[in-house]
Structures are given as C-alpha cells and as structure tokens.
Design a protein around this ligand. Sequence first.
Ligand SMILES: Cc1cc2nc3c(=O)[nH]c(=O)nc-3n(C[C@H](O)[C@H](O)[C@H](O)COP(=O)(O)O)c2cc1C
Length: 396
Amino acid sequence: MKLENRRIVLGITGSIAAYKAIEILRNLQKAGAEVRVAMTPSALKFVSKLTLQTLSEYPVYYEAIPEDSVEIRHTSLSAWGELFIVAPATANTIAKIACGIADNPVTDLALCFGKGIICPAMNVRMYENPVTQENLKKLKQLGYEIVEPGRGFLACKEEGKGRLAEVEDILDAAFYWFVPKLLKGKKVVVTAGATREYIDPVRFISNPSSGKMGFAVAKAARGAGAEVTLITGKTHLRTPYGIKRIDVETVEEMKEAVLEAVKDADIYISAAAIGDYKPAKREEKKIKKSKEKLILELERTPDILKLVGERKRRGQIIVGFAAETDNLVENAREKIEKKNLDGIVANDIKKGIFGSDKTEVFFITRKEVSTISGLKEEVALEVIKLIYENFFKGVE
Ligand SMILES: Cc1cc2nc3c(=O)[nH]c(=O)nc-3n(C[C@H](O)[C@H](O)[C@H](O)COP(=O)(O)O)c2cc1C
C-alpha cells in the first residue's frame, strides 16, 4: 500500500462509527501517510480527542474558534494536507458541506479543501432520504469521491445501506486519489490468479499463482480512473474498492467470462496464470487409490489471449503477462505477433515470482523494452502508465 509521506487530514463527525476513525488513522499511518485530525463538536462525544491526538502525534483541531491559539487551523491544515477524508461523515456534515456551511473544524476545512473523500455512515432512512442523496450527488459533481456505505445490520438495529465502508475500501480510495487519471473513461478487463482443472470432484491441477499481480494491476487501473472488471481464479485476496469482480475456476469458465467482458473493453490485461493443460476426462466420482500407478491424460485448454487477439476491435489494446525462463524479449515479441497483442509483461520465473510482494518485469512492445522492478503495486502502476504512454497518449 503506497501512501508514503502523503499528508492527509482526517475529519471525524458525530456518527456511532466514529470509533472506526481510529482504525482508519492507524491504517493510513501504516501505509506511510502522516495524518492530522479534525473533529466536530458532536464527534468529541463519540471518541476522545486524547486518543486521536496521541495516535496522530499532533494536536487535534476541535474548536473552530479557539480561545488561545494564534494559528488559523482551517487554512493552515488545508494548505498542509494533500487529501481531506471525512470518515465517518454524518448526514448533517454532508448537508453542510454541500451547502458551503462552515461552522466547525470539519466543515471549515471542507470549504477550504473544496474536494476530498467522503465516507458516509448513517441510518438507512437518513442515507436513502432524497435530500442526502441529492447532497451526495452534488458533492460528487464538485469533485468529492464518495466511498459508498455498506449494507447490513446497523447500530440502530435496522437493516440496510448506511454502514461505514470497510476500512480497507477507504484506504483503497485514498490510494486511488493519488494516481494520475490517465485512463479516465476507459473500460479495462483484467484477469488474475490461477485456474483449476479438475481430475475428479476433489482433485485438481493448478499452479501457485497468488493473484497478487493481477489484483495490483486492476487496482492501478481503477486508480487511473478506469472502469475495471477483474476476472479471477481462486484466491484469498480481497476485492479492491470500486472494482467489479467475477470469480471463475476453470479455463473454460475464464474464457466465457473474458470473451463476454472484452466485447466493450478498451484494454484487456491478462495477468492470470491460466493452465495450458487439463485432464482429458474429468471423473464424476472420486478416483479410488487402489492402483499403484495412475496415468493422467492431458489435453490443451483454449488459449484465451489468442482468442481475444483474434476478436480484437480497432483501438482495443491487449497486453499479456508471460512467465519465461529464457530469451524473454524474443519469446515475448513472437507472442505479440502470433496472438495479435500490443504488449507483453514478461516475468523471469527463475527469479521467483509466485506469491511474492515484489517482482521484476520487462514491459515489451513491438518497439520498446522497459524494465520495471519493485513492489507489485508499484510495478502495476508503472505498467498502467506505460500502457497509457505507448498506446493512448496523444491519441485522444
Ligand atoms: C448515538 C448516536 C449515534 C448517531 N449516529 C449517527 C450516524 O451514524 N450518522 C449520522 O449521520 N448521524 C448520527 N447521529 C446524529 C448526529 O450525531 C447529529 O446529526 C449531529 O448533529 C451530527 O453532528 P456533526 O455532523 O457536526 O458531527 C447519531 C446520534 C446519536 C445520539
């Protein structure tokens, strides 16, 4: 998670979810950010200023008109901060921000920042009230990012939409905030993870792909402003915020999902570790372990990347990931030609790529070769940037 040295101002308002602001603060810090806190008078009744002051290592801004300070904190904090997050955001504060009312530290800051991330948390009827919806719509139009609340059992014992979004989702939104919007308006389909080919109902052939690279690419594309569909094999990874996820198991299922999703996609990025072979026959019943030796006959699975290449529309960009042991660049260029691709991100599997948080890749097009190394999140951001620079820059 890259929020290294980012300066973030966290505004807390009077919601029962205010205690979660402590976790948000801690996680933003863990991601590398420096965080300063502002609270409304109501928020002070839910969580202690002392806790937030201690954790942020900075005095909390809690009085709009302080008795004994010469610092004008709504202006100084908004000049210091690169991002303003209101979490949780009450219906009341959302309404005030939408109207430009500035009568407490959080609303004063909102008017100074003029944009930021708003994380609503409230009773379902308050949330669904057309006034709140109108206010949120207005904030969106003004450049605020709204991290939608979740559905569930609310503190008021009612069921519905209104729970503060998950902390990880709020962190994703903060991460997206800092990514240049190079792919704004583009539709991107990404595949991730390993496929499974069943031998019988309880056994399968697969590979050790964790899905981390594909998920990082999907996240980077979403951060760059794209509408992202992530088609993934089995993985324990959480779906990044704001991404449509489709779960599949076999190559055949992945093929169906991909061919449907790429129909209107601008970019297809194949980062899944797709099995090349599957058992010629899938036994309906569990194979008994009575025989000493068992010979498994395998047959080829469909080549999804090639199929997408054959159906490629004008202007559509296709980038594949390839794990290679030798002749990285030559093999990649051969694949680009054979499969009608635009680029290949080639991994050297001798360097061990599976499961790790770090990677080293070559971004190979017909004309260029770039080396990228670092955390998978950093590499993914670079891949997205190179896709933009190679295929979209100057085209719009
Ligand atoms: C126990 C309790 C829980 C509340 N939870 C919420 C909430 O989750 N969301 C909300 O919009 N208002 C909630 N309210 C109402 C707000 O606290 C109230 O509208 C207040 O004026 C908000 O002030 P602020 O927006 O300046 O922080 C709650 C009130 C109480 C007493």
